[in-house]
Design a protein around this ligand. Structure first.
Ligand SMILES: Nc1ncnc2c1ncn2[C@@H]1O[C@H](COP(=O)(O)OP(=O)(O)OP(=O)(O)O)[C@@H](O)[C@H]1O
Ligand SMILES: [Mg+2]
Length: 333
């Protein structure tokens, strides 16, 4: 059994603890990987151009893509360009509306192959409409429902992209995601895996929180308890997401009698019970990676940097996988 002890230095407990030289090597590898990764981001040419005259008048709605707590998402066309338009009700306060639009402005500087591209946003009848890159294979929750558990080699690529996306959000945009889950990871038929719906605007997050009726299944124990919210809370959500993608099951969602659990029961389990783990049938390095994400104490939970130095992450960096072919089976226009 994996034992947890108090760890005042906040180090990740690892039964396969490495000698110091190896840890230093890991750190060097991490720094090297990060340099390469930042170069990759700087070279991304696919950043969508900022379109200044976006409005519903020059968008044609093609079809509905889905609906979440925040609002509805539609596939729309601007001239010959497909994009996804998310409409979020924000209320009639004009000062607040302007602030949200201002805060969304930082998305124009976003340049990463692991983050959804942004075309622009506009106001329509007390709602903000966000126009982002359309990803033609949709989100991982739908793919999971249609295709079953994600194959392990693809899962490795997804984890790799998610961690790099989170690092870009923290290190470059200085924001925390706040809503990491399979429906906020979207894929296209070129094989790109990107994060969307991150908390770029504090005011927009507040507006959505006012109407929030959704699940807290991916929320970290400290967030449920009203504690400080940090990068480490995203790492917890990453761990829960990996378990769901690998097994097609969400921890805690079913009690022993196969009854769906209520939201309060789930929150109680997250705070009171041992963290969930991947079954023993999964590769050990992957299980250790998930364990490192799911320490209940955020001080013991791995940081994104520590995750990058873990053997499982290193393995995902080296392996070449054809994500595009796999993703194409879920393609829809
Ligand atoms: N850029 C996009 N390209 C293609 N499909 C998208 C895009 N953005 C969202 N979708 C689709 O729209 C659906 C609804 O997205 P939305 O963000 O509103 O809800 P959600 O992520 O399921 O829940 P929540 O509101 O809690 O974030 C997603 O599940 C996804 O299938
Ligand atoms: Mg979403």
């Amino acid at each position: 059994m994996f034992k947890r002890r108090k760890n005042p230095k906040g180090l990740v407990l690892n039964p396969n603890a490495k000698p110091k030289d190896e840890l230093e090597d890991n750190q060097k590898t991490f720094e090297h990987n990060m340099e390469t990764f930042m170069e990759q981001c700087a070279n991304v040419n696919q950043r969508p151009a900022w379109i200044s005259d976006l409005s519903n008048e020059n968008l044609t709605v093609v079809r509905r893509l889905g609906e979440g707590n925040g609002g509805a998402v539609a596939l729309v066309k601007y001239k010959n360009l497909y994009m996804a338009r998310k409409t979020v009700y924000v209320g009639a306060n004009t000062k607040l509306q302007k602030q949200i639009l201002r805060e969304l402005g930082i998305l124009h500087h976003c340049r990463s192959p692991f983050i959804i591209g942004f075309y622009g946003a506009f106001l329509k009848e007390n709602s903000i409409c966000l126009c982002v890159e359309y990803m033609d294979c949709g989100s991982l929750d739908a793919i999971l429902r249609e295709g079953g558990p994600i194959p392990l080699d693809i899962l490795g690529c997804i984890i790799n992209s998610m961690v790099k996306g989170l690092i870009y959000l923290y290190n470059v945009l200085h924001i925390i995601h706040r809503d990491l889950k399979p429906s906020n990871v979207i894929i296209n038929s070129l094989g790109y895996i990107k994060l969307c719906d991150f908390g770029v605007s504090g005011e927009l997050v507040n507006s959505i929180a006012h109407t929030f009726v959704g699940t807290s299944t991916y929320m970290s124990p400290e967030r449920i308890c009203g504690g400080d919210y940090s990068v480490k809370s995203d790492i917890w959500s990453l761990g829960i997401t990996i378990i769901e993608l690998a097994t097609q099951e969400l921890p805690w969602c079913f009690s022993g009698v196969n009854e769906p659990m209520g939201i309060l029961d789930i929150m109680h389990c997250i705070v009171q019970e041992d963290p969930p783990r991947l079954p023993d049938s999964f590769p050990e390095d992957l299980r250790l990676f998930v364990d490192a994400c799911l320490h209940k104490d955020p001080n013991l939970r791995a940081s994104p940097q520590q995750l990058c130095a873990m053997p499982y992450f290193q393995y995902t960096l080296m392996k070449h996988v054809d994500v595009a072919s796999w993703a194409s089976q879920f393609r829809s226009l």
